[in-house]
Design a protein around this ligand. Structure first.
Ligand code: NAD
Length: 289
């Protein structure tokens, strides 16, 4: 039987309408959730992502600011801007679009963002909070995956979850969130031996590799939930994930398509985190920093 398609576009739409309602409520208290985005250089993909984030802010009635800098910007100038935004009461979330040019220390930049405004969930304080199961800003793509499963009524507790990929922004935090939900988690990566032996045992398989047609049907356990995080182009230049969708959907129980699966959830969870930051915002506390 063909898999049930997890429609990220629809789920995202539903969550965004809930966010929009909460934004309206906050506005009655004179708080407009504000997101500042910092974009360095001329990376076209980064530019496209930033545009989508700004558009989402506008659609949800949030305040958004974009700060664009040339590739040659000094690290100190970037750090000064972040410091200024940390103290700006109209801004509740700060996002520095990655990657940054080589001469800028990414870790230093992320650590300069106030953990209370770190809506990407990349600051070590938020990562530590996530790992210890405390309230935190969760990284948007992994968070989006968890929300997709929740909306589909899929419980991860006790399930074998295999995450392929160990990046700081997708692979590692995805595994951690599944662990927080009481799943048994296996991480696979470029040095993993006999990948298929692991993936065939997965009740939930998450692929975050970045290679088109990397996961074929023979890697998938019958009835498994397949979450495709990859964003790639196939030979025809069409957008596709890591999973060979047409054959995988014949064996999986549930599957996310690309486009229209995990992708729309990433920006939605960024909006959610910005709303959350605005709700928690206490100007007096910020000013004492
Ligand atoms: P990355 O390049 O940092 O990580 C890729 C991971 O794949 C690495 O950890 C590596 O060990 C693993 N890998 C590479 N070859 C492998 C192999 N042969 N076998 C097993 N593992 C292997 O990438 P990333 O930033 O984690 O992103 C992964 C993919 O997800 C990319 O396609 C990216 O575009 C996409 N992505 C999508 C979203 C979204 O919103 N949907 C968000 C972020 C990233």
């Amino acid at each position: 039987m063909a898999a049930q398609i997890i429609n990220g576009k629809e789920i995202s739409k539903k969550i965004r309408s809930e966010i929009a309602k909460e934004v309206d409520e906050l506005k009655k208290l004179n708080v407009i959730p504000g997101l500042a985005v910092i974009l360095v250089g001329n990376n076209q993909a980064s530019r496209t992502y930033v545009k989508s984030k700004q558009k989402a802010c506008q659609e949800l009635g949030m305040h958004s600011l974009l700060f664009e800098y040339p590739e040659t910007i000094e690290e100190s100038e970037l750090l000064n801007k972040i410091e200024e935004l940390n103290h700006d009461d109209t801004i509740h979330g700060i996002l520095v679009q990655l990657p940054l040019p080589e001469h800028i220390n990414e870790v230093k930049v992320i650590e300069a963002i106030s953990p209370d405004k770190d809506v990407d969930g990349f600051h070590p304080i938020n990562i530590g909070r996530m790992m210890t199961g405390q309230d935190a800003f969760l990284p948007c793509t992994p968070y989006g995956i968890m929300v997709l499963l929740k909306e589909m009524g899929i419980d991860a507790a006790g399930k074998n979850v295999v995450v392929i990929g160990r990046s700081n922004i997708v692979g590692k935090p995805s595994g951690q969130l599944f662990l927080n939900e009481n799943a048994t988690v296996t991480y696979c990566h470029s040095k993993t031996k006999d990948l298929k032996a692991h993936t065939k045992k997965a009740d939930i398989l998450v692929s975050a590799v970045g290679k088109a047609n990397f996961i074929t049907a023979d890697f998938i356990k019958e009835g498994a939930v397949v979450i495709d995080v990859g964003i790639n182009r196939n030979e025809d230049g069409k957008l596709c994930g890591d999973v060979a969708f047409e054959e995988a959907k014949e064996i999986a129980g549930y599957i996310t398509p690309v486009p229209g699966g995990v992708g729309p959830m990433t920006i939605t969870m960024l909006m959610y985190n910005t709303l959350k930051a605005a709700k928690k915002f206490q100007p007096a506390l910020q000013k004492t920093k």
